[in-house]
Design a protein around this ligand. Structure first.
Ligand code: ATP
Length: 358
C-alpha cells in the first residue's frame, strides 16, 4: 500500500481546530480509497511553543520536516505576540528555506454558497491566484534607523530576481494550459513602481510566447480589484507578486462566500522540499475554542494535498464530498449563515465520504 508521511502543524487559534477536523476527513478519504495510507505526526509548534522555548519551532525543525512528504499547516498568530514574530517564526520560516515559491490559491463559488456579488453563480467565479511566495515585498529586506526618534526611517525593500519572477510566471502559464479557459492575467503595478514591476512585465513578454495556447492579458493591481467585483467571469488564472496576490486572494475568498472555505498550497514544484498546505484564514482568536470554526478551507486544502501526493482520485472524492455538503446546505457553519459547529460539519462530510449520509 502507498504510504505518505504527513507533518501536521496545527499552530495557533482555530488552526488547531480545523487541522484536527481535516485530519479526520483525510483518514476517511484514505479508508474509502483503500490504496494508500497516511502516517501523520503532529508538531505542537506555534505561539505556545514560543512562550515555552523562545522559538515558534525548534532550531532543527526544518531538518525534521524534510523527512515528510507534505506539511499540513493550520495558522500562526497570537494576540500576545506581534504578528511579524509569529509569521516569520513559523510560516515564512518554512516557506522560504523550502523554496515553496508557488503559492496556489483557488477561489470558487461552491454549489449552494451565496457570495456577496449579485447575479454571480459558480460558473462565473472559478479562479486560481498564483502568488510569488519567496521574495518580492516579503523578502525581509530593509531596516529601521533612529528608532523612536522624530527622524526615524523604516524601509521595506522589495526584492525581485529575474529567476524568481520567471519561474513563478512559467508555473502560472503551465497551470493555465491545463484549464478549460486557458487564460492568464498578469497583475503588477508597473506604472507607479518602475523597477521590479517593470521587470515583471518584461519577463512576461519574453516568455509568454512559449505557451501559445494560453491567452494572456495584463492589469494593474488596483484595476484588478474592480474587475474581480464587476466582471468575475472574465478571470481564470492570475499571477502576481507576494503582496499583491496576498491582498487579491483575501478579496477572492470573501467574494466566494467566506474566508473559512478558501484553501492554499505552498508548492516547491520541483519536489526538492516538502510542500505545505493550509487554509487561507488566520488564527481568528475571536472565535477560537468555541468549536464554531468553519473547517471547509482545511478540507479543500487537504484535497489539494492529495492531488499533490499523486492521489487524484482521492482528491476528487474529497472535493465532491465538500461540494455535496455545500449543495445540500442543511448543516452550514456560522460564517456561511448556518448554526453548525466544526464537529457537525466534519461529521457530515465524513458521512458523505463513508456513504452514510442518505
Ligand atoms: P491572522 O492570524 O492572519 O492575523 P486573523 O485571526 O486576524 O488572521 P483571519 O483568520 O484572517 O483573521 O480572519 C478574519 C475573521 O474572519 C476572523 O476573525 C473570523 O471571525 C473570521 N474567520 C476566519 N476564518 C474563519 C473560519 N474558518 N471559520 C469561521 N470564521 C472565520
Amino acid at each position: 500500500m502507498r504510504d505518505y508521511k504527513i507533518a501536521a502543524i496545527p499552530g495557533d487559534g482555530i488552526g488547531i481546530e480545523v487541522i484536527d477536523a481535516g485530519l479526520e476527513v483525510l483518514q476517511a478519504v484514505a479508508a474509502r480509497d483503500g490504496g494508500f495510507q497516511l502516517t501523520v505526526e503532529r508538531f505542537p509548534w506555534g505561539s505556545d511553543h514560543y512562550f515555552e522555548t523562545g522559538g515558534m519551532m525548534p532550531d532543527d525543525g526544518l531538518e525534521t520536516l524534510k523527512a515528510f512528504n507534505t506539511i499540513y499547516f493550520g495558522s500562526a498568530g497570537d494576540p500576545r505576540l506581534p504578528d511579524h514574530v509569529s509569521l516569520w517564526g513559523l510560516r515564512l520560516a518554512i516557506c522560504q528555506p523550502f523554496d515553496q515559491y508557488a503559492n496556489v490559491r483557488p477561489a470558487r463559488l461552491l454549489p449552494g454558497i451565496e457570495g456577496p456579488l449579485r447575479d454571480v453563480g459558480p460558473d462565473d467565479l472559478d479562479w486560481i491566484i498564483v502568488r510569488e511566495n519567496t521574495e518580492g515585498e516579503y523578502a525581509g529586506a530593509g531596516g529601521r534607523v533612529h528608532r523612536g526618534h522624530a527622524e526615524e526611517v523604516g524601509l521595506d525593500v522589495s526584492v525581485f530576481t529575474r529567476g524568481g519572477v520567471e519561474r513563478v510566471q512559467r508555473f502560472a502559464l503551465e497551470l493555465a494550459r491545463t484549464r478549460p479557459a486557458r487564460h492568464l492575467t498578469l497583475v503588477t503595478k508597473s506604472n507607479a513602481q518602475r523597477h521590479g514591476m517593470v521587470m515583471w512585465d518584461e519577463v512576461f513578454e519574453a516568455i509568454k510566447g512559449d505557451y501559445p495556447e494560453v491567452e494572456t492579458d495584463k492589469m494593474l493591481v488596483d484595476a484588478m480589484t474592480t474587475r474581480m467585483v464587476l466582471d468575475p467571469a472574465s478571470i481564470d488564472i492570475v499571477v502576481a507578486t507576494n503582496l499583491h496576490a496576498d491582498v487579491l486572494s483575501d478579496l477572492a475568498a470573501a467574494l466566494s462566500g467566506s474566508m473559512g472555505i478558501a484553501p492554499t498550497a505552498n508548492l516547491n514544484p520541483e519536489g526538492r522540499f516538502p510542500s505545505m498546505f493550509e487554509p487561507i484564514h488566520g488564527s481568528a482568536f475571536d472565535i477560537m475554542g468555541q468549536g464554531i470554526a468553519n473547517p471547509i478551507g482545511a478540507f479543500w486544502t487537504a484535497s489539494m494535498m492529495l492531488e499533490h501526493l499523486g492521489e487524484p482520485g482521492a482528491a476528487a472524492n474529497l472535493m465532491a464530498a465538500i461540494e455535496q455538503f455545500t449543495a445540500e446546505g442543511t448543516c452550514m457553519p456560522r460564517d456561511l449563515g448556518g448554526t453548525a459547529s466544526t464537529r457537525q460539519v466534519t461529521d457530515a462530510v465524513v458521512a458523505i465520504l463513508e456513504g452514510r449520509n442518505a
